[in-house]
Design a binder for this molecule. Structure first.
Ligand SMILES: [Zn+2]
Length: 292
């Protein structure tokens, strides 16, 4: 029987910790080999001068923060695709020809080919990426979601024609609706614009809420929230250090489970029917077409 392998395909150094910092150690404890694609070097994330430290560039700092997070999130391997961070939509940096969103827009097959190459090396049965809105609309998140979905499809088509490896399940990591509603409510209460949230002011929480998709799988992550906190703290330049006693308590009360939208095999309903992303995965190398 083959080992269970899961590939997370994300855009920036910090997406892995903020988003799945409790799910990753849970999978690893369950004996799953977890791999990460980090498509950009995080070049243009805003960094306060005080946190810049000894690093000459923001990218160097962000990559060192990812190294720090890897102490807690024990990936089997991390694949850096080396694209430039696009920064905020509409900004000058988003027009740089090496940035991920630009590359996806102008050379989508190249970006998909990079993801296909990693998938061929790792052979994950399960792949996780952002939802179609990139979680909160970041152009790099959307680009890596599209590239990952295309890579998944290409490998499935290829295997259907010639046999060989193909991934079996594709998921989007989900964000709970009530939690987004709470952020909007809190922003308004504090006199903030809910369309311009986050450290880089690029999070439109109203649109993010509109784009939340149904959850089909929920996994229990409560015992791993300490690890989430430690990994998130590594990304101090992106606000990861701001864990207060209240936010810790709230997280424990409210975020004991992580939801996922199943994209393939596509469910014909909008309810939770899995508590394990490897449910019905064939570990003997064959790919099942069964609808779950
Ligand atoms: Zn990101």
């Amino acid at each position: 029987m083959e080992k269970r392998r899961l590939l997370i395909s994300y855009a920036h150094p910090d997406d892995e910790s903020f988003g799945l910092g409790a799910a990753i150690p849970k999978w690893i404890d369950d004996g799953v080999d977890v791999y990460l694609i980090c498509a950009t070097n995080g070049d243009v994330g805003f960094v306060p001068d005080a946190l810049r430290g000894k690093f000459a560039t923001v990218a160097e700092l962000r990559l060192s923060e990812l190294d720090c997070a890897r102490q807690y999130l024990k990936f089997k391997d991390v694949f850096m695709l080396g694209y430039r961070d696009s920064g905020m939509p509409g900004s000058e940096t988003a027009e740089h020809p090496d940035c991920l969103a630009y590359r996806w827009q102008h050379h989508p097959e190249d970006v998909a080919a990079d993801v296909i190459e990693v998938m061929r090396r790792v052979k994950p049965q399960v792949v996780v990426t952002f939802n179609r809105y990139g979680g909160y609309g970041h152009p790099d998140h959307i680009a890596i979601q599209r590239a990952t979905a295309r890579a998944f499809e290409r490998l499935r088509d290829e295997a259907a024609g010639n046999g060989g490896y193909s991934p079996q399940k594709l998921y989007y990591a989900a964000y709970p609706k009530w939690s987004m509603r709470m952020r909007i409510w809190r922003a308004r209460l504090n006199g903030q614009d809910p369309r311009r949230m986050g450290i880089n002011r690029d999070v439109d929480t109203l649109k993010s809420l509109e784009h939340i998709e149904p959850v089909h799988a929920r996994i229990s992550i409560a015992p791993y929230l300490d690890i989430w906190e430690k990994a998130s703290r590594c990304h101090a330049s992106q606000g990861g250090g701001r864990v207060t006693r209240t936010s810790r308590l709230l997280r424990r009360l409210l975020y004991s489970r992580q939801g996922f939208t199943r994209v393939y095999p596509k469910p014909n309903h909008s309810r939770v029917d899995e508590d394990d992303l490897f449910a019905k995965v064939d570990l003997n190398g064959r790919s099942r077409q069964t609808r779950v």
